[in-house]
Design a protein around this ligand. Structure first.
Ligand code: CP
Length: 302
């Protein structure tokens, strides 16, 4: 791998992504393999999580490893005022690798610079969520049979949604065309659009959902990230901007799939769950295999 830590999706190359996806497919065929042989891995979650933490812990257990850590920093000495620096220095003495989620953008990079063990970023504020991106790539490849030249619709909170930021960067390696659908307040940040301009990739921006739906290979829905808003009135104004319903995807391609990193609040109507185009629950299962691949490649076990 290009980097021993995974902090930003751009720490890894396109070849790294493909190698991870290949390994994930092997873990999907045979998930229980004692590669960690009782090695200890720490999961430090300073922000709530269901999927990321539990799929990492399931991945570690399936690899024969042991997990230490916390999912509520108020039960750790952080609540007594201990700094992130000290926490990482200490936990580095107890584990081979740290998986960390933290509300501050740049916190995972900081952690990776003060320890000799690998850091995996499980989400840092509105910045990056690279392991989610790798499982999204795996899900896209599995459902579309390829990663190249796809039309990717990103819908909802494109401003604060770290998953779409990481996914955009990764898919830019595969000649994607992007359709950004969001209210004005939650548009894709300029820096990402400037990046697409610079590398010559096409994107379309709109507040409307329906007109281009026939073009979509993937619709990537996102939750409006309540916890990142400084103004609660703005959240109230935008929270129900898009609610995906079956009739809205009737005209889409037969192979089109709806992805969502989850949790959802109300941006996908529950009726869509039974639609063959809904893929978000299978997507969560893929997270286990992809995280097994990431851990075992970073630790040099495969
Ligand atoms: N997709 C995702 O990051 O979910 P959690 O917040 O539950 O980990």
């Amino acid at each position: 791998m290009k980097s021993k830590s995974l902090v930003s999706i751009t720490d890894f190359t396109k070849d790294d992504y493909l190698r991870i996806l290949e390994k994930a497919a092997e873990f999907e065929k045979k998930s229980y393999q004692n590669l960690l042989d009782s090695k200890v891995i720490a999961t430090l979650f300073f922000e709530p999580s269901t999927r990321t933490r539990l799929s990492f812990e399931s991945a570690i257990n399936r690899l024969g490893g042991r997990v230490i850590g916390f999912n509520d920093s108020s039960t750790s000495s952080v609540s007594k005022g201990e700094t992130l620096y000290d926490t990482i220095r200490v936990v580095s003495n107890y584990s081979e690798l740290i998986v960390m989620r933290h509300p501050l953008e740049g916190s995972a990079r900081f952690a990776s610079e003060i320890t000799n063990i690998p850091i995996i970023n499980a989400g840092d504020g509105a910045n990056q969520h690279p392991t989610q991106t790798l499982l999204d790539l795996y899900s896209i490849q599995k459902t579309q049979g390829k990663l190249d030249n796809l039309n990717i619709f990103m819908v909802g909170d494109l401003k604060y949604g770290r998953t779409v930021h990481s996914l955009l960067m990764a898919l830019s390696e595969f000649n994607a065309t992007f359709y950004f659908i969001s209210p004005d307040e939650l548009r894709m940040p300029e820096e990402y659009k400037l990046y697409l301009d610079k590398i010559g990739l096409k994107y379309h921006e709109s507040k409307e959902f329906k007109p281009n739906i026939i073009e979509a290979d993937i619709i990537y829905m996102t939750r409006v990230q309540k916890e990142r808003f400084s103004d609660p009135i703005e959240y109230e104004r935008t929270k129900n901007a898009y609610v995906l319903k079956n009739e809205m995807i009737e005209d889409s391609k037969p192979g089109m799939k709806v992805l969502h990193p989850l949790p959802r609040v109300n941006e996908i109507h529950p009726d869509v769950d039974a639609n063959a185009k809904a893929y978000y629950f299978q997507q969560t299962e893929n997270g286990v295999y992809v995280r097994q691949a990431i851990i075992s490649l970073i630790l040099g076990l495969v």
